[in-house]
Design a protein around this ligand. Structure first.
Ligand code: ASP
Length: 302
């Protein structure tokens, strides 16, 4: 089932929508997750209301979520089969289609800030594993002590995944943001630890331009969450943004989440901002915590 929500633009000068991951957050924990999303959207709102860029706003929102240990990104990210962190992040802006991403990155506090440095440096778009680490260190980022980023909850989830005997399990709690600024530019950012117990070197959709993350001022911006292998196979982010050129974010998100399930049997969620500042989302999972802020108000839910 898809659940969708959208807002009329009201001439909306700026807008941001963040997600805290498609999944199945227990009822008792939903409020805490929504509060994290609200804090992230509020931070982005400050930037947008002061005339800041959609790119800065989306990145700042994701940093708030990476620093919040309840989410599967940055601190609190899920663990690989080997009990290590391999982090994925991507940021993209819709004016010149600049993008930066890192994948299978060693522990660094804020992978999205490294992805942004990749975007700004501009030589390449995506760095993996030891190359990503070398780029980050060269750009002035210091690796984190893994113990400072691995939470007890992440250890527990890995133990449960191992006990279940599956190759890897859904962690939930991936984070993302889409924003539109007062100049009419859009941006998207996504960050994750991926799947619990994933094999070393597994990379999901989140850091892949056009899959988990995409932005183009001609349509809008997208951040996906859910079963990464499925999202990759339908190129969810780029497909959504191209459709936004012709339809509103709510029907686009709803249609694509249903199509992904029908074509490749994958569930997940998608947040979208249209070039006009309208927001919309859909999910086929039980929960996807989210928060929105725009110049006319704000709203949040699961
Ligand atoms: N899409 C992420 C991945 O496959 C996981 C998630 O969104 O929960 O790495």
């Amino acid at each position: 089932m898809s659940v969708t929500r959208s807002w009329a633009s009201d001439g909306g000068r700026f807008a941001v929508l963040v997600h805290g991951g498609a999944g199945d957050v227990p009822d008792a924990k939903v409020e805490r997750h929504v509060a994290g999303c609200r804090a992230a959207a509020a931070r982005a709102r400050e930037i947008l209301a002061a005339g800041g860029s959609a790119l800065d706003a989306a990145q700042a929102a994701v940093i708030v979520l990476e620093d919040d240990p309840v989410f599967n990104a940055g601190t609190g990210a899920c663990l690989t089969a080997d009990g290590t962190l391999e982090l994925d992040a991507c940021v993209m802006e819709g004016e010149a289609l600049r993008a930066g991403a890192v994948c299978a990155l060693d522990p660094f506090k804020n992978p999205i800030a490294i992805a942004r440095a990749v975007l700004e440096e501009g030589t390449h778009v995506l760095y993996a594993a030891r190359g990503a680490r070398a780029f980050a260190e060269g750009a002035g980022f210091s690796p984190a002590d893994p113990a400072s980023m691995i939470t007890e909850a992440a250890r527990q989830k890995l133990a449960e995944a191992r006990a279940s005997g599956k190759v890897s399990g859904w962690a939930g709690g991936t984070v993302g943001a889409v924003a539109r600024d007062v100049r009419g530019h859009v941006a998207a950012a996504t960050s994750t630890g991926g799947m619990v117990g994933k094999r070393a070197g597994r990379v999901g959709d989140s850091p892949i331009v056009g899959a988990g993350t995409y932005a183009d001022d001609l349509g809008g911006a997208a951040s996906a969450t859910g079963h990464g292998e499925g999202i990759l196979r339908v190129a969810l982010g780029a497909t959504a943004v191209h459709r936004l050129a012709h339809a509103g974010p709510e029907p686009v998100a709803r249609g694509l989440i249903a199509e992904m399930r029908a074509r490749v049997g994958a569930t997940g969620g998608l947040i979208l901002v249209g070039r006009d500042g309208r927001l919309g989302w859909a999910r086929s999972t039980r929960t996807m915590t989210w928060a929105a802020e725009w110049d006319g108000g704000g709203e949040a839910g699961a």
